[in-house]
Ligand binder design. Structure first.
Ligand SMILES: Nc1ncnc2c1ncn2[C@@H]1O[C@H](COP(=O)(O)OP(=O)(O)OP(=O)(O)O)[C@@H](O)[C@H]1O
Length: 339
């Protein structure tokens, strides 16, 4: 099976995503809450960036905001530079040409993203029609190739099935096939494997990495699971209460965390960091966005805190090549080592 032809491979054609001061607020009852607060990061061509943090830290809203898909009443500011264009400032028609084509998104729950009354073939075809100039016949052939590529057995025989006729893991694959129909250069994946059993999780992550190799695609992967990060990502950005609190290359962060929150997350995973386990063991809970603590948002849970942490929110600053942290006491945290 030819899958996606080599001459179409994106390797070498990648673009960098540069996100600066991305901020998304929701004004629900007259008092706006900031779910994503001045988030900045880059994703280089072919790179896999993991976004990690506890539930409610703003990972999903960040991902959606990148494509102006944060749900109403969201207001998003900052800039999202993609291939020289600011996605946040583009006219709607130009944005539609990027969504699903250059940048595709896969969601956590495939049933909400798939249309239950359309066959899988129709749904892949819609994407192919929008993003390629293939004839109807060639689109059908390509749809089979795509289902085959994502590991749907006997793909040709499944084209006319509806989403409910697939198992959860297979639906997730169908959704990935639809996302990949436009041969995206960047894939935004929101917990693509959380609802699946571990074997299927592994297959899907392997598939995403395989496509990164084959298409030169970059990926932003939202996950709760540091084991998934260790297996899959090149870099990681740790989010807490809407902000990035630490970024760096995965190996370095796992070896020497500089933020007490990252250190706490790693403390919940056995050494080696590859065992599949949710992030559970930091005492206390994240703050409510409507009642954020003064100073550093993490200080109520932090054993390294001093007076300054109650008063001053630490900016995210570089401290070594490729590393950034937002902590007044990051050297002390690093010296303390892994818990
Ligand atoms: N449409 C909305 N209106 C108001 N608040 C919202 C809306 N969408 C998200 N939020 C709030 O934004 C914050 C961040 O949510 P988000 O879904 O990004 O977190 P997350 O880190 O992805 O969590 P999870 O891992 O549970 O998906 C949460 O406090 C959430 O309640």
């Amino acid at each position: 099976m030819s899958a996606i032809p080599a001459e179409r491979a994106r390797a070498g054609q990648g673009a960098t995503l540069s996100v600066r001061d991305l901020t998304t607020s929701f004004d629900t009852s007259g008092s706006p809450v900031t779910a994503v607060d001045r988030v900045s990061f880059d994703v280089e061509p072919g790179q896999v960036l993991g976004l990690v943090g506890e539930s409610g830290s703003g990972k999903s809203v960040t991902l959606r905001s990148l494509l102006r898909l944060a749900r109403a009443p969201a207001e998003t500011t900052g800039s999202v530079l993609w291939d020289g264009r600011d996605i946040l400032a583009l006219p709607e028609a130009k944005l539609r040409a990027i969504r699903g084509n250059e940048i595709a998104m896969i969601f956590q729950e495939p049933m909400t993203a798939l249309n239950p009354v359309l066959t899988v073939q129709r749904q892949i075809d819609e994407s192919l029609r929008a993003h390629t100039r293939l004839s109807a016949r060639d689109r059908r052939v390509r749809a089979i190739e795509l289902l085959d590529l994502v590991g749907i057995p006997a793909a040709a025989g499944r084209l006319d099935d509806y989403p409910h006729q697939f198992s959860g893991g297979m639906r997730q694959r169908v959704m990935i096939a639809i996302a990949l129909a436009g041969e995206p250069r960047l894939l935004l994946a929101d917990e693509p494997t959380t609802a699946l059993d571990v074997t299927i999780q592994d297959q899907i992550l392997k598939l995403i990495l395989d496509l990164r190799e084959r298409l030169g695609m970059s990926v932003i992967l939202v996950t709760h699971d540091l084991g998934v990060v260790a297996q899959t990502c090149d870099r990681v950005a740790v989010m807490y209460a809407g902000r990035i609190v630490e970024t760096g290359e995965v190996g370095e962060i796992f070896r020497e965390p500089h933020h007490p929150y990252t250190r706490g997350l790693l403390g919940s995973v056995p050494r080696g960091g590859t065992e599949r386990r949710p992030l559970l063991s930091i005492e206390g809970t994240p703050p409510s966005l409507a009642a954020m603590p003064s100073g550093c948002a993490f200080h109520p849970r932090c054993s390294f805190r001093t007076d300054i942490c109650f008063a001053v929110s630490p900016p995210l600053e570089p401290f070594a090549p490729g590393r950034q942290v937002a902590c007044h006491h990051h050297q002390r945290v690093a010296e303390a080592g892994l818990p």
